[in-house]
Design a protein around this ligand. Sequence first.
Ligand SMILES: [Zn+2]
Length: 146
Amino acid sequence: MTPGLGLRGAAAGRQGAAAGAAGRCGTIGHMALDPKIADRLKRTPDGLVPAIVQQHDTGEVLMLAWMDDEALHRTLTTGRATYWSRSRGEYWVKGDTSGHVQWVRHVALDCDGDTVLLKVDQVGAACHTGDRTCFDADVLDVTGAP
Ligand SMILES: [Zn+2]
C-alpha cells in the first residue's frame, strides 16, 4: 500500500468512526468527494494536491496549501477554504484560529488535474506572518533580461 492510499484510508476511517459513533448523516465530512471529481485528481504519493489561492477580484496570488479529497470536498460543500496541514496532520479551516477567513468564490482544476485553483475573498492577511500574501516578503532579483 502506498502512503497515499494509507492517508486516504486513515481519513476515511476517521469519517466512518465519527459518522458511525454519532449517526450524524449530513454533517460535514460524512459524504465523500464526488467520484467524478476524485477521478480527475492526480495526487502526490501522499494523497495530496496543491491548492493555489487567489483573491477573486484583484487576482493577487495569496498562498499555496495542500488538500486531500476530504479537504476539497469540505471546501466545495462549505464555501470555506479547508486544507490538510502536513505539519500538524489535521484538517485546517482557514481563519478558524486567525479570523483570516477565505470565502470561496470559484474552484477549478488545472488541465491535468494535479493542481487546484481557489478564487476566494480573503479576510485580512492570507499569510500566517501577517502579510497580505505569502509572496510579499521574499522577492528575488531577476538579473537577466529577455
Ligand atoms: Zn505564508
